[in-house]
Structures are given as C-alpha cells and as structure tokens.
Design a protein around this ligand. Structure first.
Ligand SMILES: [Mg+2]
Length: 379
C-alpha cells in the first residue's frame, strides 16, 4: 500500500462552510434554546497531483493546511495509527483520500471489524412539546415525531430530558420528562429501543429519581451530570442494587481519550461517547482499541449537527469493534449524493465504495462553495 501512497503528492487544500438542512425543526434541549432546521459545518477538501481528492469535516486554518502541501500521502499516513500530519485531529479528509488512493473504503482502512449494516438511532426527539406551534399537542407532538422516525426506518430513539433545568420549574419539568418517556414507551411498537439524554442537567439525585420512575424503559441514560468516576460509580451501583439495567453513557464533551478511559476503568461509565469531530478518526480508532481491553464498556460515538461527521461515524462503526449504536441527526445536502446509504429496520447500510462516503457534486462545489472558500496551494 505504501508504494501507491509514495507516488501521490498533495497540491492544495480548500476549506469552506457547508450548510445542510434537517428533515424537521429541532427545539430546545436542557441547556440550549432551539436548534432550528439547518446546520453548518467546516469542511476541507484536499487535492493531489492525480485525479484524486479527499473531503471531510475539518476545523482548520489555512496556515495549518499549508503544512501538508507538497507532502506525499505516504508521509501523512501510518498503517497502524492512520493519519499522522499537520492536520492533527482534522484527519477525516485524509481517510477519504487514502481510501480512494488504495481502492479501499475507510472502514476497511480502520480494520473492518464492525458490523454491516450498522445499528443506528434517531437522536432528534428534543423538547418539541415546548415549541409554541405545538402547544396544543403537547407530548402528543413527540409521539408524532416517533412515528415519523419509525417511517424513516429507525427502531431506536433518544429522548431529550431535563426540562426543569431551564425551561420549566424543577418539579413540573421532571414530571413532563417522566410523562414523555412513558408516553413514548407505550406508543412504541414491540422491539423499539428508547434512551434519554439530560445534557448534564440532572445531577445525581434527580438521575436516581428519574431512573426509579422510568429506568425500565431506557437502554441508556446519557449525561445525567458532567462525567465523573465517583458519581458515575454511585449511580451504576445504585441502579444495579435496584434491579435497573439502564446503562450510563457520557463523554461527548471530554476530548482527552485518556480521561474517558480512566473514568470507564474506575467503573464510572458503561458507554463512551467520544465526539467524532473533536477527536478525528485516528484517535477514535486508538480509543476503540483501548476500550476493547476493558470488559463491559461500549462505544456510541457522538455526532450532532454535522452531515459529513455522520457518515464518517458510520465508517468508524463498520471499521472497529465495539460500537453498540450510532446517533443520526438526519440531514440533507445539496453538495453530496448519499443515495446508497440506506436506513432500514434500525440499521444503516455502509457502502463498499473507496473512501469515506457520500459523493461530492463537482458542479455544486465549483458554483456554490468554491467562490467563498479559503485555499492554499493549487487545486
Ligand atoms: Mg448528548
């Protein structure tokens, strides 16, 4: 493989903001106001002296990108750890490029140890009951959204909770959270899985109370409080001694993999949720290898508000062992064709095409995105 990579040189890098559209309007969570119906992500595209390019999520400055111009692909790639370059954690586009150069999908570069298709869940059940336009429907609006997700092909759903932290008084908010989980659990067909996410706003006591009320319906509880080995262990032990099987998930804000692993090792977590964008793919693979050595620890990478991040997360899930599920913030893009990524019965088909994923539409790139982009080197 290195022979091919020796012969290909980077000539230039382009960076631009890619705007995508969600399938529905997303309301508040426990911490933030409405998220809206579109998202913007920074993207980099790497050009070479061949008819080959790589594209991926990447938060970079032109000066950082300049660090790889003129280099061969072999100088930027390590067979064991993946990308090693001035791009640091912004390595998604390199996985795409090396995959295309070697005729291998990114999941194959990562080891190809995960499942195909990949288990996924709908992560978009926010506080729609609190949106003024659904005031008349209340919790019924969330049941409608569950039905919409089922029609889309999902069989697992994560429900935002923590209304009492900011948007309702504490007791009414807690009661609404419990009502939402119960109504969705009774509306969901057999075999559908539910999870909940409190965005760090419950605290240990409310987390225990919440699981006491609805833990029987929840596969995992995410971010009941900021990740903590001590509090996590207390909650897990309390759940265990009360016959509650809900797993404890956390880690989207923790960008040091060593800290996440230490919390898991100390018994403070069941499910690690490293952010796909913040860590990059090489670091995610390394974290997965280390997590595999710990018994009973699962991975469920975090990806919110990034179209390309979602596909790169799915590549990771098919590439490494130990990913229990992937969150999907469903979006559409005018720049990419993703028609052969098919969601069915709770699983996403991850194609065998070389590189990372969706196919860039060159005409849209040239007309809409290139004029406002930054560029180093030649493309
Ligand atoms: Mg979360």
């Amino acid at each position: 493989m290195t022979g091919v990579l020796d012969d290909i040189r980077i000539t230039g890098v382009v960076g631009f903001d890619h705007t995508t559209h969600r399938r529905k309007f997303i309301g508040r969570n426990a911490r933030r106001d409405v998220h809206g119906s579109q998202a913007t992500e920074p993207v980099i595209r790497i050009f070479t002296d061949r008819e080959l390019d790589g594209v991926g999520f990447g938060r970079l400055t032109p000066a950082e990108a300049q660090g790889i111009v003129g280099k061969s692909l072999a100088a930027l790639w390590d067979l064991h750890s993946g990308a090693r370059s001035a791009l640091g954690r912004a390595d998604h586009a390199l996985f795409d490029l090396v995959g295309k150069a070697t005729g291998r999908p990114a999941w194959s570069l990562m080891g190809g140890e995960g499942p195909e298709p990949v288990p996924v869940y709908d992560t978009t059940l926010y506080f729609s009951d609190l949106l003024p336009e659904y005031a008349g429907k209340g919790v019924g609006r969330l049941v409608e959204e569950l039905d919409g997700g089922l029609r889309q092909g999902f069989r697992a759903f994560k429900i935002k909770v923590g209304r009492g932290a900011k948007w309702m008084d504490a007791e009414s908010g807690f009661a609404r959270d419990v009502e939402v989980v119960r109504q969705l659990a009774s509306a969901a067909p057999a075999g559908v899985t539910l999870m909940a996410d409190a965005n760090d706003q419950f605290g240990l006591e409310t987390a225990r109370r919440f699981l006491g009320e609805v833990g029987e319906h929840l596969w995992f509880l995410e971010e009941p409080f900021p990740e903590s080995a001590a509090e996590g262990r207390v909650l897990r032990e309390w759940s265990g001694s009360n016959g509650i099987g809900t797993l404890l998930a956390d880690g989207e804000s923790q960008h040091d993999p060593a800290v996440l692993l230490a919390i898991a090792r100390a018994g403070g977590l069941d499910v690690l949720q490293p952010d796909i964008r913040a860590l990059g793919l090489a670091l995610q693979c390394g974290l997965a290898r280390d997590a595999a050595k710990l018994s009973r620890v699962h991975l469920a990478p975090h990806c919110w508000g990034s179209y390309l991040g979602t596909f790169q997360m799915l590549q990771l899930a098919r590439g490494i062992a130990g990913v229990m599920t992937c969150e999907i913030d469903s979006m559409t893009s005018d720049l990419f064709d993703d028609a052969d990524w098919v969601l069915k019965d709770g699983f996403m088909h991850v194609p065998d095409r070389p590189g990372c994923g969706p196919i860039l539409r060159e005409d849209v790139f040239r007309q809409k995105y290139l004029p406002g982009a930054w560029q180093v080197g030649t493309i």
